[in-house]
Design a protein. Structure first.
Length: 277
C-alpha cells in the first residue's frame, strides 16, 4: 500500500477536473491541501458548489472554452458513469501527446474511455472511495499506455486523498469497486444496525447511536493503526464463553455476516460489470 504524502507545489501545466460532485470535489480539496495552485486548475461542472465558484477569485478556471486551456498535463474524469457517453467525447481537444487521462468512473473500462475519446492517449482507471473526503481513502488504479512520468503524476494526484494501490489486471476492478468503492456504505450500515440493536435491547436511541458510532469509528482507527490482522484483533476481544463469544456465534454462523458479505460483494461486482455495458 502506498500512502506517501504528495507535494503538488511544483505542478506544471494544466489540470482539468471533469465533474465536481462529492468525489471530484474531494480530489480537488486534496490537491489544494497539498499545495496545488488553483491557477493550474480548470473545472468542468454545470452545477458547481459555492466553494468551487469561490476559487475563481484565486485563478481557478470554471467551465472555460476547452481550446483555450493550452498544455493539459492531466484530465481527471469524475462524472457519473451513466453520463460518460455524452461527457467524454467533447474532451478530445484537451488530449495532447503528454496528457494523462485519469478516470474514477465505476464500471467504465479503459477500452470504453479510449473509444469515447477516439484519440491515442495515456489512460489510468482508478477507483477511490468516500473516505477520500478526509484524506483517508483507498484507491486502486490500473494503467494503459502510460509512461513512467505520466504514471508518477497520476499517482501524485490520487495520493492526495489517501493510500493508492496499482494493478496491471483491469479485470480486478469490478471486485475492487464492490469491496472498497462500495465498502464504506457497508460500514455505515453496520453502525445503523448496531444502534438499532441497542435500542431493541433497551438503550435510549441517542445513547445507542452514540455507542454504535464511536465503537465503529474507534475500532476502525484501531485496525488502521495496528499491525495485527483483523481476525487477530477480533480474537483479542473475545473471551471464551463470554458475551462477545455469544454474539459471534450468531454473526459467524452458517447464515451469518460472512455469507451476507460474500453475497453483497458479489451483487456489487455484478452491477459494476453491468455498468461497463
Amino acid at each position: 500500500m502506498t500512502s506517501a504524502t504528495p507535494d503538488l507545489r511544483d505542478f506544471a501545466g494544466r489540470l482539468v477536473l471533469v465533474g465536481a460532485g462529492k468525489m471530484g470535489s474531494a480530489l480537488l480539496e486534496g490537491w489544494l491541501r497539498f499545495g496545488l495552485d488553483p491557477k493550474h486548475v480548470a473545472v468542468l461542472e454545470p452545477q458547481p458548489s459555492p466553494q468551487i465558484a469561490a476559487l475563481t477569485t484565486h485563478g481557478l478556471l470554471l467551465n472555460p472554452h476547452l481550446r483555450a486551456l493550452g498544455d493539459v498535463a492531466a484530465v481527471v474524469i469524475a462524472v457519473k458513469p451513466q453520463t460518460a457517453a455524452e461527457a467524454i467525447p467533447p474532451l478530445k481537444p484537451l488530449i495532447g501527446a503528454a496528457t494523462v487521462v485519469v478516470s474514477i468512473m465505476a464500471g467504465r473500462t479503459l477500452q470504453f474511455i479510449a473509444g469515447a475519446l477516439n484519440a491515442p492517449c495515456a489512460l489510468v482507471r482508478a477507483m477511490p472511495n468516500t473516505p477520500a473526503a478526509i484524506g483517508r481513502g483507498i484507491t486502486v488504479a490500473v494503467p494503459r499506455d502510460v509512461n513512467p512520468a505520466q504514471r508518477a503524476l497520476a499517482h501524485r494526484l490520487l495520493c492526495a486523498t489517501g493510500a493508492v494501490e496499482w494493478t496491471e489486471d483491469e479485470t480486478l476492478m469490478d471486485a475492487v469497486t464492490a469491496v472498497s468503492g462500495s465498502g464504506p456504505a457497508y460500514v455505515f450500515l453496520l453502525a445503523e444496525a448496531l444502534a438499532e440493536a441497542g435500542v431493541a435491547a433497551g438503550l435510549p436511541p441517542s445513547l445507542a447511536a452514540k455507542l454504535a458510532r464511536e465503537t465503529v469509528a474507534g475500532s476502525g482507527e484501531l485496525l488502521h493503526r495496528s499491525e495485527l490482522d483483523a481476525a487477530v484483533l477480533r480474537q483479542n476481544v473475545t473471551s471464551p464463553g463470554g458475551t462477545t463469544a455469544a454474539a459471534l456465534d450468531v454473526l459467524m454462523g452458517a447464515d451469518g455476516l460472512a455469507r451476507l458479505m460474500r453475497n453483497a460483494v458479489a451483487a456489487a461486482t455484478k452491477r459494476s460489470r453491468e455498468l461497463a455495458g
